[in-house]
Structure formats: C-alpha cells, structure tokens
Design a protein around this ligand. Structure first.
Ligand SMILES: C[S@@+](CC[C@H](N)C(=O)[O-])C[C@H]1O[C@@H](n2cnc3c(N)ncnc32)[C@H](O)[C@@H]1O
Length: 294
C-alpha cells in the first residue's frame, strides 16, 4: 500500500513517474496515482472524483453542481429501488455512492484499489450515518470477490479507463449482476480519427494516469453486447463534459506548490499544460451509457 507520508520526495517521484505508452498499468500503478498526485487533484477539485456535465456553453453551473449532475444522470440510469444492492466499481472516496444511497434508498458496496480511499469512503459513510447502507472495500474489478448474480445493478463511474481489459471487467460485472439489472458507465474515451497532435494528448493521458488505452464507443458497444447487455443507450457527451479539464487545471494550479513538491516542477507544468490542451482536443472524449443485463 502506498503511504505518501512515510516517503521521501525521491521515492515519491519514482512511484508517480510516467509509464510507457501501451503498457498495462498494475494495480499499484493505479493506487499510486490516486494516493499520490491524485490526492492533490481531489483536494483542489472536490469529493466527486469525476467530470462535470454542463448543458451547453452558456451553462454557468459550478464544479460542485456539474459533478453532482453527472452523478444524478448515473443514478437515474440505474432506476434503483429501496433495498436493492448496487455495486460501485471504482468508488473513489464514496461521495457519488452516498448520493445514490440518499436518493434511491439502495444499499451500495463500493470497490477500489486504494486502501486509503477505502478508509476515507467508510469514514464518509459513517459520518453521514449511512455505514449500514454503504460499505467500501479493496478489490480488483478484473477479478471480483462476489458470487454470481449477487447485485441488482452496477455502475462504473469513471473507473473503466484504468482497466487493462475492459471486456474482462464487463464480463465480471455481468457475472455478478442478476438478469434484468441495470448498468451505468461514465468514462473517458478516444474519438477518431486521431490526428498526430491528438495522439500526443491521448498518450500523455495513458502514460501519466495509469491507463493502457482509452476505449472507443464502438469497443464499448461490442463488449457490452458480447457480455450479455441489451437495451444499450450510449451517448457521446464530450461537448457537455470537456470543460472539466480546463476548470480542473485552474483548480490544481492553486496547489501547484504541493504538486511540484511531489512530482517536480517540470512534470507539474506538463500535467497542467496537457490538462488545458485536453480540454480542446476533440480526440479525448467522454461517454455516458446505460444498459440492461439480459
Ligand atoms: C476517477 S476515480 C472515480 C472515483 C469515483 N467513481 C467518483 O466518481 O468519484 C477512478 C476510481 O477507479 C478505481 N479503480 C481503478 N482501477 C480499478 C480496479 N482495477 N479495480 C477497482 N477499482 C479501480 C480507482 O481506485 C478510483 O477509485
């Protein structure tokens, strides 16, 4: 487990360094992103560790409103009912799951590969008086420790981009869901055709954020159908969501000293530059989708 408080700057810099293009991230690589510079992003951005959704360019909604709005789209997509059991694949610090519990009355089990997030999420649930409705544990989405058909529904809220094999995760989600259950996914995607400049931006995302490759909408459609999902509603919401990256760069800029202390000034500058570039790179997109387990 990563523990940034016990690490020297040299340790940290090697642990959070960029990886090679196309290399599958290990679980430890993902953990290091979230327990490393991801914590600075989280402190700057807020407890929803995901993008926001804006209706159009004129929409002036705050980051908090826009990120909660995307959570509400996921909640509506699940159509959950009180007493149902929902799996949260890649739960972060549990903020979206608690909103789901409060709005739908479902019970949630969240999984993440950061033990720090597990502790924070369980603490957040206890603080909200929801420890009996929402529990969080360490588990790998590629190989889940749950029996077949043990969940009514599931969501993967901006976690699939880290999965080295998204088809394997969809197969696992399908296995642990009951027939008729609902699935919602929000995720970063690649949109073609990809220009050389677009490829540079996508490669930066992969090498710096523990990602093998971003999926495409076509890959999602094929993998969902192959793993027993029907009733697909797949929406490219890039135009509604990509403002996130520019706003996140502004937010993280306010903590540039912390970021530079962790990853070095040069890499901090590169992370911020690419965030701003990503906001205006059409090849880096965002998908929101729902489906039903056949
Ligand atoms: C961008 S964060 C999203 C967190 C949360 N869903 C939210 O919206 O606030 C991605 C999450 O996916 C988790 N994750 C990445 N790879 C995973 C894996 N193989 N198994 C379980 N969780 C994983 C990370 O630990 C992190 O919690």
């Amino acid at each position: 487990m990563s523990n940034i408080s016990n690490s020297t700057p040299a340790d940290l810099n090697s642990r959070v360094r960029a990886r090679a293009v196309g290399q599958a991230p290990s679980l430890g690589d993902v953990t290091d992103v979230y327990d490393g510079f991801g914590r600075i992003y989280g402190a700057a951005w807020g407890p929803n560790l995901h993008y926001g959704y804006w209706d159009d360019d004129a929409d002036r909604a705050s980051i908090e409103t826009a990120t909660d709005r995307l959570t509400d789209m996921m909640i509506e997509g699940l159509r959950g009912q009180a007493g149902q059991r929902v799996l949260d694949v890649g739960c972060g610090i549990g903020h979206p799951a608690l909103r789901l519990v409060q709005k739908s009355g479902v019970d949630v089990i969240g999984i993440t590969v950061s033990r720090l997030q597990v502790a924070q999420a369980n603490e957040l649930a206890a603080g909200a008086g929801l420890a009996d409705k929402a529990t969080f544990q360490f588990a790998d989405a590629m190989d889940m420790p749950f029996p077949d058909g043990s969940f009514d529904s599931a969501w993967a809220f901006e976690s699939m981009w880290h999965m080295p094999d998204r088809a394997q995760v969809l197969s696992e989600i399908s296995r642990v869901m009951r027939p008729g259950g609902r699935l919602a996914i929000a995720d970063l995607i690649e949109r073609g055709p990809v220009s050389p400049q677009g490829r540079k931006v996508l490669d930066h995302v992969c090498t710096n954020y523990a990602v093998k490759s971003l999926g495409t909408i076509e890959e999602y459609r094929g993998a969902l159908l192959a793993h027993g999902f029907v009733d697909l509603d797949i929406r490219d919401v890039t135009a509604n969501c990509n403002r996130t990256l520019a706003l996140m760069a502004d937010a993280v800029e306010t903590r540039r000293d912390e970021l530079s202390a962790l990853v070095g000034e040069e890499r901090a500058q590169s992370l911020l530059d690419f965030m701003r570039l990503s906001a205006v790179t059409p090849e880096q997109g965002y998908v929101f989708l729902t489906a039903t387990r056949a």
